[in-house]
Design a protein around this ligand. Sequence first.
Ligand code: THU
Length: 132
Amino acid sequence: MTPINSPTELLQRACNARENAYAPYSGFKVGAALQTESGAVYVGCNVESSVFGLTQCAERAAVTALIAGGDISFTAIAVVTNTGDFPCGPCRQFLAEFNLDAQVFVAQDADLKSYQSTTIRHLLPEPFRLNS
Ligand code: THU
């Protein structure tokens, strides 16, 4: 896989994962891609269920892939939707577990170059933390 050199490239990986999203109920497809310090990339997409509460967000799916892949932290996450929104509250908390200072890039699928950038710390100023 090509190394990631820019936010737009990480967003492109999120966009690719978004194509596989399973969102028959909301129609709202989300793709996420996490990059680690070593350059590894883990992706996720949202997966809905007819039991709506079981739905998994793309960001949390990407974190699950990160942990399953043997990594524990990431430096950036890219998220692509058709609105360019930032991750939901529960995903912010879930991401905060692994690096509060990670960069967050969000973009609309139609225009990955017009992304917005922030950090998880900015999105979740007072995260819940055990043992801190
Ligand atoms: N969703 C995500 O994947 N990430 C978010 O940050 C918010 C929402 C998904 C869940 C559901 O499948 C669809 O978007 C509509 O809420």
